[in-house]
Design a protein around this ligand. Structure first.
Ligand code: GUN
Length: 291
């Protein structure tokens, strides 16, 4: 069994990005600049945005964090996004989700200029991905693809089962795994909360991608011998063993499943760090496109 080490691979990618930034600067070009907007004070969102901003700095990117109160209106948030759209120094914009209930996520996402939408959530980028055009691919599925590629995992003709149909992970990874070429050319089954006989489907998976948000949902009986298992879940669960009082738990029962599979991502240290590395890669791409 091989652990798909997201910490190691993301560190390699960040070093590659840092070298590219230095090359840009040596040619007199601008530093890539990511703007992150955080509305409210959700603990998990604060942590994710904090990691994104810190990683940018480590790789020599500029970053701007805009913190807004939970009471921010939809109109005010739209105005903030428009300011970032119109600021030529900002290459990439992310608005951390989820947003407070009184703000429409769809409206905010559609306000971000597609060429600055480094999360790849805008309908233009989602559409481009679907029809195989170049655009921004959401960072989590892009990170999964990068892991598969860097570990040379065979995907052609394989049965890839995805659990979860979100716009951020399940839907885009299904498109990526079924597209022509490597990594891709897989036969994809997209499962969700209404799927019946889920175990009978997951047992046929050569590659199992789980993005459900239910801790330890996938047990050993659900997994085929020597499957590749990618765990996107990161739920905070209570524990007495850490200072913070919580730990991150994946959707896969790692202790059991790791004994049966050929490759597996740990939680934490699997897909999570890859997401951040790919967000930065998208930001550099947005910056390069403007040269
Ligand atoms: N919330 C959970 N994942 C993401 C992400 O990748 N980007 C943003 N903006 N919000 C998220």
């Amino acid at each position: 069994m091989t652990i798909l080490d997201g910490n190691h691979i993301s560190a390699l990618i960040k070093a590659e990005l840092k070298a590219e930034v230095e090359k840009r600067l040596s040619f007199g070009k601008k530093r890539p600049h990511l703007a992150a907007v955080l509305v409210g004070n959700d603990g998990a969102s604060e942590t994710y945005v904090g990691h994104k901003v810190k990683s940018c700095e480590q790789a020599g990117f500029s970053s701007t964090l805009i913190r807004l109160s939970t009471e921010t209106t939809e109109f005010q948030l739209i105005e903030e996004v428009k300011k970032l759209n119109n600021n030529p120094d900002i290459d990439g914009i992310i608005v951390q989700l989820p947003l407070p209930k009184h703000i429409s996520e769809d409206i905010i996402i559609e306000t971000i200029l597609p060429e600055k939408d480094v999360d790849g959530f805008h309908p233009i980028n989602a559409g481009r991905l679907l029809i195989g055009q170049d655009g921004f691919v959401p960072a989590t599925p892009a990170g999964i693809i990068e892991l598969i590629e860097r570990y040379n995992i065979e995907t052609s003709g394989k049965h890839c089962v995805v659990i979860g149909r979100s716009n951020i992970v399940g839907k885009p990874i299904s498109v990526l795994m079924s597209r022509k070429g490597y990594p891709g050319d897989a036969t994809v089954t997209l499962c969700h909360s209404r799927s019946t006989n889920l175990s009978s489907i997951t047992q046929q998976a050569d590659i199992l991608i789980v993005a459900l948000g239910i801790p330890n949902f996938v047990t050993i009986e659900m997994v085929k011998q020597d499957a590749v298992v990618i765990d996107v879940g990161i739920t905070r669960t209570a524990t007495t063993t850490t200072k913070s009082g919580y730990k991150l738990t994946g959707d896969v029962n790692y202790a059991e499943v790791s004994k049966k599979c050929s490759f597996i991502t740990p939680v934490p240290g699997g897909v999570g760090p890859m997401t951040i590395a790919m967000l930065m890669k998208n930001t550099l791409k947005a910056c390069n496109t403007k040269d």
